[in-house]
Design a protein around this ligand. Structure first.
Ligand code: F6P
Ligand code: MN
Length: 324
C-alpha cells in the first residue's frame, strides 16, 4: 500500500471511541515527538551539545543530558495546551499540575535510552495516560497501572515511529516525510514462544538465582535443559528492545541485582514499566517484576524503580517458574 493511502493518526482517532481529551493529549504528544526527533537528528548538535551532560542529575541520580532536558520541555509545552490535569516527568522531582479539574494525568520518560544519544542508535519517548475516578486527584495521587487508558512509545531510529494502545489492541504508526504519522499495516501480537532474549549480560555476576539459572539454560542452547539454541540482542534503549519484541517476539529482562542501587532493578515503574506492561498485555504477552504483574503493583513513590521482565508469554512463564 502506498504511504499516502494509509490512514493518519488523526483519522484513526476520528473513528475510535476514546476519551476526547485523551485524544488531544496523544495528538499533542505526536507533535512533541516530531520536534524531538528533528532535534535528535541534527548531526552537529548531537555530538557537540545534545549528548553533553548538563552537569545535573535527575531524581534517579542519572546524569541528565541536554536532550533529556530539552525533550522534557518540548513535551511539557505541548501538553500545556490540552485538557490534561497533571504531567509526571522522569526529569522532574514533582508533578506539573495543569488543571485542578482535569481527570487525566500523563507520565512520561521524555528521552529514553540516553546512553545511546551520542551513538546514532535508537532512542525514544515513553508515556502512560491515566484517567482518575474523580477530579482533583491528578498530580496529587500516584497513578496506578490499572488506571491507564492508553500507553505507548515513540522510537527515534531509522524510522520515527509510534506504538500505541488505547486499551483495544496495539497499533503502530510511522512518521512519513510529509510530517504525518500513518498507520503501519502489521498485526501486533507478541508470539507466545521465542528463542531470543535481551539482558545486559555484563551484570551476570550480580544477578539473583532465578535469572542466573534462566540465562544459563538459554546460553547452554541445544545441549542444555531447554534443548534449543537462543539468540541474544541488547540495544540498551528500552524502546528499541521493546519495539523488536513487539515485532518478532522475545523476552527482555532488567532484573534486580546485588549492586548497590539496583535492589529494585533500574527501570522506573511509573515512567517506563507501566507503559510497556500495558502494551505487552494488549499484545498477548506478559510483564512482571518476577513476583507480580507490573500493572498490579501499587506505586509507593513517584520515581520508584522496578525489576522488569516482559515479552513472549510461554517464555516469561518459564522464567517466572524459577522465582517460585
Ligand atoms: O531508561 C533507562 C535505560 O536507558 C533503558 O532505556 C535501557 O533499557 C537501560 O537503561 C539500559 O541500562 P544499562 O545501561 O544498565 O544496560
Ligand atoms: Mn528511560
Amino acid at each position: 500500500m502506498r504511504s499516502g493511502t494509509r490512514q493518519t493518526i488523526n483519522s484513526y482517532f476520528g473513528s475510535l471511541a476514546f476519551d476526547e481529551d485523551g485524544k488531544s493529549v496523544i495528538l499533542a504528544l505526536c507533535g512533541a515527538a516530531i520536534e524531538i526527533s528533528a532535534l535528535a537528528a541534527q548531526t552537529g548538535l548531537t555530538t557537540e551539545a545534545l549528548g553533553d551532560t548538563t552537569g545535573a542529575q535527575n531524581s534517579d541520580g542519572d546524569q541528565q543530558k541536554q536532550l533529556d532536558v530539552l525533550a522534557d520541555e518540548i513535551v511539557s509545552r505541548a501538553l500545556g495546551a490540552t485538557a490534561l490535569g497533571a504531567y509526571f516527568s522522569e526529569e522532574r522531582d514533582d508533578a506539573v499540575i495543569f488543571s485542578q479539574k482535569g481527570m487525566l494525568s500523563l507520565s512520561c520518560d521524555p528521552l529514553d535510552g540516553s546512553s545511546n544519544i551520542d551513538t546514532n542508535l535508537t532512542i525514544g519517548t515513553i508515556f502512560s495516560l491515566f484517567r482518575h475516578s474523580e477530579a482533583g486527584i491528578a498530580g496529587k495521587q500516584l497513578p496506578h497501572g490499572r488506571e491507564q487508558i492508553a500507553a505507548g512509545f515513540f522510537a527515534y531510529g531509522p524510522q520515527t515511529s509510534l506504538l500505541i494502545s488505547c486499551g483495544d489492541s496495539v497499533v503502530a504508526f510511522g512518521l512519513d516525510q510529509d510530517g504525518l504519522f500513518r498507520q503501519l499495516d502489521w498485526q501486533i501480537a507478541i508470539p507466545a514462544q521465542t528463542a531470543e532474549f535481551a539482558i545486559n549480560a555484563s551484570n551476570a555476576r550480580h544477578w539473583m538465582p532465578p535469572v542466573k539459572r534462566y540465562i544459563e539454560q538459554c546460553v547452554a542452547g541445544i545441549d542444555g535443559a531447554r534443548k534449543k539454541n537462543f539468540n541474544m540482542r541488547w540495544a540498551g534503549s528500552l524502546v528499541a528492545d521493546a519495539w523488536r519484541i513487539f515485532r518478532r517476539g522475545g523476552v527482555f529482562l532488567y532484573p534486580e541485582d546485588s549492586r548497590s542501587g539496583y535492589e529494585h532493578g533500574r527501570l522506573r515503574l511509573i515512567y517506563e514499566a507501566y507503559a510497556i506492561a500495558f502494551l505487552v498485555e494488549q499484545a498477548g504477552g506478559l510483564a512482571s517484576d518476577g513476583r507480580q504483574m507490573i500493572l498490579d503493583i501499587a506505586p509507593e513513590q513517584l520515581h520508584q524503580r522496578t525489576p522488569l521482565v516482559f515479552g513472549s508469554k510461554d517464555e516469561i512463564n518459564h522464567l517466572l517458574s524459577n522465582y517460585r
